[in-house]
Design a protein. Structure first.
Length: 245
């Protein structure tokens, strides 16, 4: 899905006049939900809205965080320059920006992410092959054939949720999650890909591993991925993985 097809993003942005609901996240953040289900067009339009919010943000807005179907505004409740309660001020600020939404979504960076699909790293390749009806050797080809897009970053620091998965590979999560998934594991579930930033638990189907550091607190920015990034997965050999690690 591309932003400039038949003015798709512009049309979606014009519809995003009001969120479905506002939900307080403690006393210093509010979440505005626009879609209760995963809609790639809405998500891409929300990336444009989030970028516009950052450009227009007053000093009391600390952070703008786009999610799959909404946007979270983090603010400093002690310094809200608005004649209303902090939550109401944040809601009003979002509403003002939606009155004049950006014309289109930004294209985003293109990241090439090397992935080794060797069976040593592709822990669930046999199960994915059985569920999808694809031969194991065909899974890497399908996964690297298309351009993907980062929908949001969350769950764990720096972990991307990436849309654009080949429909043939849209298999369900594992019935039993693993308590430990190695850092850099590339995993799929339903219509998305995730890349685990470090060793954590997880229930997605692991089909490979990247040697790249997904999250590094000493790096600026710490996260390799950002919402709106375009992603190309590139297959590499075991030898290349060892060299890049």
């Amino acid at each position: 899905m591309h932003a400039n097809r038949a003015g798709g993003t512009t049309a979606v942005l014009k519809k995003l006049r009001k969120p479905l609901r506002f939900e307080p996240l403690g006393d210093s953040a509010v979440y505005a939900e626009f879609s209760a289900t995963l809609d790639l067009e809405v998500n891409q339009a929300l990336q444009a809205v989030a970028a516009a919010l950052r450009r227009r943000a007053p000093p009391w807005i600390r952070e703008v965080v786009p999610a799959l179907g909404g946007i979270a505004l983090h603010f400093d409740p002690e310094h809200v320059d608005f004649p209303a309660a902090p939550l109401a001020a944040a809601e009003a600020f979002l509403g003002q920006c939606l009155e004049a939404p950006p014309d289109r979504a930004e294209r985003g960076r293109l990241l090439e992410v090397p992935v080794c699909y060797d069976p040593e790293f592709a822990l669930d390749i046999v199960e994915v092959a059985e569920k999808s009806g694809c031969a194991p050797e065909d899974i890497a080809r399908r996964h690297t054939a298309t351009e993907h897009r980062v929908l949001m970053v969350g769950f764990a620091p720096g972990q991307p949720y990436i849309g654009g998965l080949d429909p043939k590979l849209a298999v369900p999560r594992r019935a039993t999650p693993r308590t430990r998934v190695p850092a850099g594991s590339v995993a799929i579930a339903n219509a998305q890909t995730a890349v685990y930033p470090f060793e954590i638990s997880g229930g997605w189907n692991v089909i490979g591993r990247t040697p790249l550091a997904v999250f590094d607190p000493q790096r600026d920015p710490p996260s390799l991925f950002a919402p709106g990034d375009r992603v190309r997965f590139v297959a590499i050999s075991r030898a290349e993985f060892a060299r890049l690690k």
